[in-house]
Design a protein around this ligand. Structure first.
Ligand code: BTX
Length: 254
C-alpha cells in the first residue's frame, strides 16, 4: 500500500489476515502507546462491530475493514464531525470508481439503491473534557457476492450494485486520501464546509419524516437540515424544532 506517499498522514499500518475487530485493535494501541495516525486493516473480522452493540458482518475478505487511530486536539463535542468526515470521504472515493448514486443516511451509513454498502463506527476515549484518542472504523462491502439471509434485504455491495470488481487496495487508498484531505482541513484550518456540503447533498435523511428515539420514547419528525456542526435538525408535528444527537434517529424505509 502506498499510503505514506499519497498525501495522507498515516505513519504506521498494521495489516492482519484475521482479527476480532480493527476498532478494538486500534483502541488497544491508543490506550497503550503514544502513536497516532495508525491504520489497522484486516482481511477478515471475526467480531466486527456496529453501533450500539450491533454486529458488522465482515467474515469474508470481500470488503474493506479498517480503522484509523487519531489524536486530534478537539473538544469531545466535536468528535462526531469525524464520522461525517469519514462518510464524506467514503462517498467521494466510491464515486471516483463507480458510476453509482451514493447516499448518506445520517450520520454514518452509506446507502446505494436503499441498501447499506458501508458504515462508520467512531469511538472516542476522553477524560476531563479532553480527547485522548479517537478511533474511526470504516467497513465497505466492495466485492461481496452475497449476504446471509438476515441482512440480504438491507445490505449490498459495490459489486452487486455496479457489476464491477475492483481491487480493494485502490478503495483503501482513495478513502484514506480523502479522509485526510477533509480531516486536515478541519483540524488545521477549522474548515468543515466541504464535508458539510457533501453530507447535505448526499443525504437520504433530509426532507423526509424520520423516527427519533429519545429516552425510550419514539416520535416522528421532519428532518429539514443539518446545522453548521452537521447535527440533524428536525421539526415535530407541533412545529417545534430541535437538534438530534447521534444514535437517536432511525429512518423509515431506508
Ligand atoms: P450500524 O450499527 O449502523 O449497522 C449495523 C447493522 O447493519 C447490523 O445490525 C445489520 O443489520 C447491518 N449489517 C451488518 N453487517 C453488515 C454489512 N456487512 N453490510 C451492511 N449491513 C450490515 C455501522 O453500524 C458501522 C459499521 C462499522 C464497521 C467497521 S469495519 C472496521 C471497523 N471495525 C469494527 O469492528 N467495526 C468497524
Amino acid at each position: 500500500l502506498l499510503l505514506k506517499s499519497k498525501g495522507s498522514n498515516v505513519e504506521e499500518v498494521f495489516y492482519f489476515d484475521s482479527i476480532n475487530s480493527t476498532n478494538e485493535y486500534a483502541k488497544e494501541i491508543g490506550r497503550n502507546s503514544n502513536m497516532e495516525n495508525v491504520l489497522v486493516i484486516s482481511d477478515i473480522q471475526t467480531d466486527g462491530k456496529g453501533r450500539l452493540g450491533r454486529k458488522w458482518l465482515s467474515s469474508e475478505s470481500s470488503g474493506v475493514w479498517m480503522s484509523l487511530l487519531l489524536k486530534p486536539n478537539l473538544n469531545p463535542t466535536d468528535a462526531s464531525k469525524i464520522t461525517q468526515i469519514a462518510s464524506a470521504a467514503i462517498v467521494t472515493a466510491i464515486e471516483e470508481f463507480y458510476n453509482l448514486n451514493v447516499g448518506i443516511k445520517w450520520p454514518n451509513d452509506i446507502i446505494i439503491n436503499g441498501k447499506k454498502i458501508a458504515g462508520v463506527l467512531t469511538e472516542m476515549n476522553s477524560e476531563l473534557g479532553e480527547i485522548n484518542f479517537i478511533v474511526v472504523g470504516i467497513g465497505i462491502n466492495v466485492n461481496t457476492k452475497s449476504f446471509p439471509e438476515e441482512i440480504s434485504d438491507i445490505a449490498s455491495s459495490l459489486f452487486l450494485e455496479s457489476g464491477l470488481e475492483i481491487d480493494r487496495k485502490k478503495i483503501i487508498e482513495k478513502v484514506i486520501y480523502y479522509f485526510y484531505k477533509f480531516y486536515n482541513e478541519y483540524i488545521k484550518n477549522k474548515e468543515f464546509n466541504e464535508v458539510l456540503d457533501i453530507n447535505k447533498k448526499k443525504s437520504v435523511t433530509l426532507n423526509r419524516d424520520v423516527f427519533i428515539i429519545r429516552r425510550n420514547e419514539t416520535f416522528e419528525a421532519y428532518a429539514y437540515d443539518l446545522n453548521r456542526d452537521g447535527e440533524l435538525m428536525v421539526r415535530d408535528k407541533d412545529g417545534k424544532e430541535s437538534v438530534v444527537f447521534y444514535g437517536e434517529v432511525s429512518i423509515r424505509g431506508v
